[in-house]
Write a protein that binds this ligand. Structure first.
Ligand code: NAD
Ligand code: DAU
Length: 370
């Protein structure tokens, strides 16, 4: 039996990880620590709320000694660290919270693990600090470049990516200098249930349902590698096996897609859903899906500043050393995601509160009406 501390466990990937882990490790105890920023919604834990092993602490990872008390008092042996400011556009508009949470917050957690596990000697060979990071730390690829490996140099482009790169460096520094048992996964773009509708895929779905313009940055030909979130959870579970302590792994879906192709595929799946289920047109009367087509909403807008052209992940290391392979294809994963957003209208309407609307208005001016 393990005692886990999951930071950011009501955000998108964190919540999916909590569901995944409790389903597969029902005897483990888990504390979720989350500040409940705009991106964190307690409703995302509704399906597992009654689990006796799960507890939730609302708190900020930057708070001195908070994580330290949790590690000590709850006998935590594994920290899975998701908490972060995660949206690139927000980091361009205002980098400060990214440095504060992603760099200084991660450092608070590292100090806590060092203090409790190493200085006070409460750790064991089973302890682990697992840090969730991003492919964005490696920068941008040209179309002909080989995919990023774990040896690729760090060349972050955005304040978000730079903050994630800095946090990776801190984790490695604590590992090497103090002997902290740590590991890192650098992951490509995730999609699936519970993702806040500011990221490309849920934004496209929600806007297509609402009949709102779907903004595509620049020429829409940027390439991302998409990974279904449950496959990411599986990768983390594999890396948490004791033999992977001290390692870094790239995680990806081997699904490189241009943004325009992603948006068009979502539009096609939505059109088909509306054609086969007439009830959807009454639920979402402003949506053009199934009539003039969801793709009619695609609107080219000015490009994101410093926009990375392409990300691609070489995942040989995690496949060969940890046995990782994806279960979901892009089309089946998108279908599952779309079904989830159709069923969970209450969830996405709930998270899109006033703060979100105000931010969207600043970003896109009058094209936003919710
Ligand atoms: P998210 O924005 O959906 O969720 C972040 C969570 O962290 C929220 O619940 C928020 O309340 C919490 N949080 C933020 N600041 C906090 C603080 N100071 N103290 C405590 N909690 C705080 O993010 P996500 O998309 O689930 O990403 C999770 C992690 O995975 C991040 O570290 C991100 O950098 C990384 N990542 C994300 C992706 C992706 O495609 N979403 C890909 C690769 C890596
Ligand atoms: O690659 C991993 C990263 O993926 C994670 O580390 C980040 O936390 C996560 O936010 C994500 O970053 P991206 O910037 O790639 O994701 P986003 O969904 O914001 O954008 C995906 C692509 O779509 C990107 O090229 C920008 C473009 N885009 C995005 C939005 C929100 C648009 O064209 N229009 C949009 O409205």
């Amino acid at each position: 039996m393990a005692n886990l501390l999951v930071t950011g466990g009501v955000g998108f990937i964190g919540a999916n990880f909590v569901h995944y882990w409790l389903r597969r490790h029902p005897d483990d105890a888990m504390v979720v620590l989350d500040a409940l920023t705009y991106a964190g919604n307690l409703a995302s834990l509704d399906p597992v709320r009654s689990n006796p092993g799960l507890s939730f602490v609302q708190g900020d990872i930057r708070t001195p000694h908070l994580a330290e008390s949790l590690l000590r008092d709850r006998g935590i042996t594994i920290v899975v660290h998701f908490a972060a400011e995660s949206h690139v556009d927000r980091s361009i508009a205002g980098p400060d919270p990214f440095l504060e949470t992603n760099v200084l917050g991660t450092h608070e957690l590292l100090k806590a693990a060092r203090q409790v596990w190493l200085e006070e000697g409460r750790g064991s060979s089973a302890c682990r600090f697992h840090h969730i990071s991003s492919d964005e730390v490696y920068g941008s690829l040209d179309l002909a470049d080989p995919a990023f490996t774990e040896e690729s140099p760090y060349r972050p482009s955005s304040p978000y990516a730079a903050s994630k790169a800095a946090s990776d460096h801190l984790v490695r520094a604590y590992q090497r200098t103090y002997g902290l048992p740590a590991s890192i996964t650098n992951c490509s773009n995730n999609y699936g249930p519970y993702q806040f509708p500011e990221k490309l895929i849920p934004l496209t779905i929600v806007r297509a349902l609402e009949g709102q313009p779907i903004p595509l940055y620049g020429d829409g030909m940027q390439v991302r590698d998409w990974l279904y979130v449950e496959d990411h959870c599986q990768a983390i579970e594999r890396v948490l096996a004791p033999e992977h302590t001290g390692q870094t792994y790239n995680v990806g879906g081997q699904t490189e897609q241009t943004n325009i192709d992603v948006v068009q595929l979502i539009s096609r799946i939505l059109d088909e859903a509306f054609e086969s289920n007439p009830g959807l047109a009454s639920r979402f009367p402003r949506s053009p899906a199934g009539r003039r087509g969801a793709a009619s909403l695609i609107t080219y807008v000015p490009d994101r500043a410093g926009h990375d052209r392409r990300y691609a992940m070489n995942t040989h290391k995690i496949e060969h050393e940890a046995g990782f392979s994806t279960a979901e294809s892009f089309e089946s994963g998108l279908q599952r995601t779309l079904n989830w957003y159709l069923e969970q209208e209450k969830w996405w309407r709930g998270v899109m509160d006033g703060r979100y609307r105000e931010w969207m208005r600043n970003q896109y001016g009058n094209v936003v009406s919710f």
